[in-house]
Design a protein around this ligand. Structure first.
Ligand code: UDP
Length: 474
């Protein structure tokens, strides 16, 4: 159909458009645009990886120069014993290319033990970084056979060079490595940038002090009189599922540094914690306390991170949930969140936590009539845990647990700390920043008091007990 030029300005517009596209200048411009599109993007991506390589190379070269006297001395000492200086461990690098990761070969002398405790035997890895086998930041270097690239999730990790530290390394030290290593590596590769790597370097500073945690951590331990079952997140979900399928009503508590301070001056609360069916380790304070007392905490099993995993488990079970607590409208918003994210999980009822004491019998009747198996109570500690202790049989549920501010987070009323703050155990700083008026005493004074009490416990135990204790608690 011929164009409709009833408006003469349309004809002029078309003429200009054709001239712009097909005149000699127009064609040259479009060719130039295509050329730039084909080169700038690859250049940008290439230069990001070149920038990383340049940073790795420069930092490794500088460190090697700085450490040259010490490394040369070690090499000469090792050579004098007539055995290999370096140990070579086969690893899979980028695109699954095999390389040997270098470290100082083990010796049975005292110097080696000192160097090992200071992490200095790994220093030759700087040669791997200089050579380009590895980077400072990246997924953990794995041995051939470990984390197969045939696994779709693990495959992505081989798109980048392995590194000395990375996201998985951080999560392990922050006690929040809940997902599989391959999942975390994928997350890293998908969001990788020079700035992201710099963020990992900064987050590594506090993480170094937390330590990796011990594989021979005790199954249970006591901190300031609070008995804690040392479970990982997935073990905790399994324990909850077992409780839900059991016959006895059970009480589950989360214990953090603030709970320890509350329990210290509240014998009733302490007795609730001591007799609860399950107390789980919540927060970086408990992890540090465990470390100071020589009893490593396996994972930070806080209610807020447990909740979505629990919803996932509930979605595949016949059990339903009752949400009690927080301000009016909050429990309903959490119910909506559950139905959007875990449509299979059934919420049997919900109610806010600001009811007068005379309404309590009606609230208990309502929970019992709902037929819920799991009750989440959000009144704040210690009130929620004492309330559960008093009323658990009347609620008719199989499991009840005090979850503090959890509902405020999932309703969206209070934003949760960003992931990078959680990675380094600084979620409490975010809470303090959100509500300084209410939280300053809990965190600024409370954390210091908690650490002081833990140190007192450490030194008084050392005086009272022999270093070797039972299998379950050390
Ligand atoms: N809350 C309640 N009823 C009350 C007092 C408090 O339901 O009488 C709720 C409050 O709205 C909040 C939760 O209890 O949702 C306590 O949150 P907080 O952050 O203090 O708990 P934490 O996680 O620190 O124990």
């Amino acid at each position: 159909m011929p164009p409709d030029y009833s408006d003469p300005s349309d004809r002029e517009k078309d003429r200009q458009e054709l001239f712009r596209r097909f005149s000699r200048g127009g064609l040259a411009r479009s060719r130039l645009r295509r050329l730039l599109q084909g080169t700038v993007w690859p250049l940008l991506i290439g230069s990001a990886s070149a920038a990383k390589r340049l940073l790795d190379f420069t930092a490794a070269a500088l460190l090697l120069l700085l450490l040259a006297p010490m490394m040369l001395r070690t090499i000469l000492l090792w050579q004098a014993t007539g055995r290999h200086v370096f140990q070579r461990t086969p690893r899979l690098g980028r695109w699954c290319r095999e390389f040997d990761q270098l470290s100082f070969a083990p010796r049975s002398n005292r110097l080696f033990r000192i160097m090992k405790s200071l992490g200095l035997i790994s220093l030759p890895v700087l040669f791997n970084i200089l050579k380009g086998d590895m980077s400072f930041i990246g997924p953990r270097p794995v041995s051939p056979g470990e984390l197969s690239p045939r696994d779709r999730m693990a495959r992505r990790r081989y798109d980048v060079k392995p590194g000395l530290i990375g996201l998985w390394w951080l999560r392990q030290r922050g006690n929040i490595a809940y997902d599989s290593e391959a999942q975390v590596d994928r997350q890293y590769v998908d969001s990788q940038s020079v700035w992201g790597d710099l963020g990992i370097v900064l987050r590594a500073i506090p993480a170094v002090f937390y330590g990796k945690g011990s594989t021979d951590a005790p199954d249970s331990l006591t901190i300031l009189g609070m008995p804690i079952r040392n479970l990982t997140m997935s073990e905790a979900v399994q324990a909850m599922a077992d409780f839900l399928n059991g016959t006895q009503p059970r009480q589950v508590c989360f214990v953090n540094a603030d709970c320890a301070n509350l329990a210290y001056r509240d014998p009733e609360y302490l007795s609730v914690l001591r007799t609860a069916d399950l107390c789980l380790a919540d927060g970086i304070g408990i992890k540090l306390a465990g470390k100071l007392l020589g009893r490593e905490i396996r994972q930070n099993v806080n209610g807020t991170d447990l909740f979505p995993r629990l919803c996932e488990a509930l979605a595949e079970s016949p059990h339903s949930l009752y949400l009690l607590g927080a301000r009016p409208g909050i429990a309903e918003a959490v119910r909506d969140w559950i139905s959007q994210n875990y449509p299979g999980a059934r919420v049997a009822g919900c109610r806010h936590g600001y009811f007068p004491p005379e309404e309590e019998p009606a609230v208990l009747r309502e929970i019992a009539a709902s037929g819920a198996s799991l009750l989440l109570v959000s009144f704040g500690a210690p009130r929620q845990d004492k309330w559960i202790r008093r009323h658990l049989p009347e609620t008719g549920v199989k499991v009840a647990m005090g979850v503090g501010g959890l509902m405020d987070f999932y309703s969206g009323r209070i934003p949760r700390a960003p992931q990078w703050m959680r990675d380094i155990g600084f979620e409490w700083i975010f809470r303090f920043y959100q509500e300084p008026g209410r939280m300053w005493r809990r965190y600024l004074i409370g954390n210091a008091v908690f650490m002081y009490r833990v140190l007192v416990e450490k030194y008084s135990r050392r005086d009272r007990r022999s270093p070797k204790a039972s299998n379950t608690e050390r």
